[in-house]
Design a protein around this ligand. Sequence first.
Ligand code: NDP
Length: 401
Amino acid sequence: MSKVLIIGAGGVGRVVAFKCAQHPEVFSEILLASRTKSKCDVIAKDAMAATGHNKITTAAIDAEDVPALVALIKQFQPKMVINVALPYQDLTIMDACLETRVHYLDTANYEPKEEAKFEYSWQWAYHDRFKEAGLLAVLGCGFDPGVTGVFTARAAKHHFDEIHYLDIVDANAGDHGKAFATNFNPEINIREITQKGKYWENGKWVETEPFEIGQKINYPNIGPRQSYLLFHEELESLVKNFPTIKRARFWMTFGEEYLTHLRVIQNIGMASIEPVKFQGVDIVPLEFLKAVLPDPGSLGDNYTGQTSIGCRIRGIKDGKERTYYIWNNCHHAEAFKETGAQGVSYTTGVPAMTGAMMMLTGQWSGKGVFNVEEFNPDPFLEKLGPHGLPWEEVFDVDLEL
Ligand code: NDP
């Protein structure tokens, strides 16, 4: 039985709070803290009503203020922090964890505000400090990154002697009825997808223009969907941790309507992160855009359809080539019914809770900073289905890629 501090009260924070509250035998006391306390209060009230957990408290915190974080952690004394605020806060939260000797888990790698660039180097640089302090930091424990790394670890542990080709395929075939909205924080999402594409081939990164490479991919229970090659952060850790990989790519579906809106947003300068003067005040166009777009947390109501995310792998087992596909499909409506959040928040929050459970029960252990694929995938995948994200696997099928 442990105390846990959850930081961030967006769509993902809501799901993490609900899922932790469903397991009081592990998460005996929960403190939900975020910039806007009123959002935490609503989530805490809903989660307690839905689960019967009676020890969820809330607090206001600016997670970029290390002394304030340290004071909050010292006062509550959690065993670990689950960071589901924004990637900008990763390093300050890690600093506070080091100072207070508390374990750490997040779902997205650090990104500086002033530059749309995400990579693990900043957080990997904390490895020695976490190791010396005897602490564990688990990076990227959402779905992608997160479950996709665990799926790859399962493939490597049980089904392949060498993985050669890895394609992560991510479809959101949901319909929220809005002309344009993003499924998680619009600022982070638009920064991610307007970057150049990148994939790993024969020991080096190959760069593409945004949305330059696309093709139709068939997703289970969904059918064919136009999918585009993007860079996604787990590619960086997976090619490092599985050095037999010759090529690793990431594909995500985007509809025509979404891409048209995105093109307009870019063409008129609203995707820019360079501040502009407006009526004497500096504003960042993308931050302003975020304020007028639908709140991803509000998309759950009437969101129909499902997501499908998985790994398509080709490699060698016992001297023979084989293919393997492992995936999860998640229904937006079912996620909403259970937690009041849509499927993208749900598929992120459930693995974050499951990873935290692995840490608190000692099934994932270590000293230092690690990515999820470095741990034993079996206990995590045993729990993932019962926690709400059942997965399936097939062998020797046409991977299409
Ligand atoms: P939201 O924007 O809905 O929520 C972010 C929350 O963080 C808000 O409650 C916000 O507070 C809070 N926050 C922002 N800045 C601070 C700060 N300085 N101090 C304290 N709290 C702060 O995002 P999501 O819930 O959709 O996403 C959460 C995280 O999950 C993101 O890092 C995202 O990148 C990641 N993610 C990972 C995925 C994966 O599969 N690995 C998929 C989807 C998301 P306020 O309410 O005041 O704005």
